[in-house]
Write a new protein. Structure first.
Ligand SMILES: [Fe+2]
Ligand SMILES: [Fe+2]
Length: 132
């Protein structure tokens, strides 16, 4: 089942909301790639996901500094943990560990949506009144 964007996921910043929408799209592309069973396709989407996740985290962390978000440091650590997990899965991919493909699917759904709901949304009060 694809993930759909919903208004409750909005942090109230257009750039970050667009990033989250794009991430959801890439996750849905990943599911579609799994259905095709093409390894090249799966790896292609994975590479896109990893690059975009890093780019988004950098953007979000810069914004958090600008708006003096109190939890910026622990938030960055959560991002770093996600990047480590993506790196681990990437390694498993290269070792042709088939389970890693499914593991990533679950990780993405759980992590991304939970992270946005529980962590990113905490930025809302800091964002009221503009981007810092
Ligand atoms: Fe975040
Ligand atoms: Fe985010």
């Amino acid at each position: 089942m694809p993930i759909f964007w919903r208004d409750e996921l909005s942090v109230g910043d257009d750039v970050i909301d667009d990033d989250h929408r794009n991430l959801i799209n890439i996750i849905n592309d990943y599911d579609r790639a799994l259905e095709t069973g093409s390894v090249d396709h799966i790896v292609g989407v994975f590479d896109r996901l990893k690059a975009y996740t890093q780019e988004h985290f950098d953007r979000e962390e810069n914004l958090q500094r600008a708006i003096h978000f109190d939890e910026a440091k622990s938030h960055k650590e959560k991002h770093e943990e996600m990047i480590r997990r993506l790196d681990d899965i990437h390694r498993s991919f290269l070792e042709k560990d088939r389970e890693s493909v499914e593991k990533l699917k679950i990780l993405l759904r759980d992590w991304l949506i939970q992270h946005i709901i529980k962590q990113d949304l905490k930025m809302i009060p800091y964002l009221k009144g503009g981007r810092g």
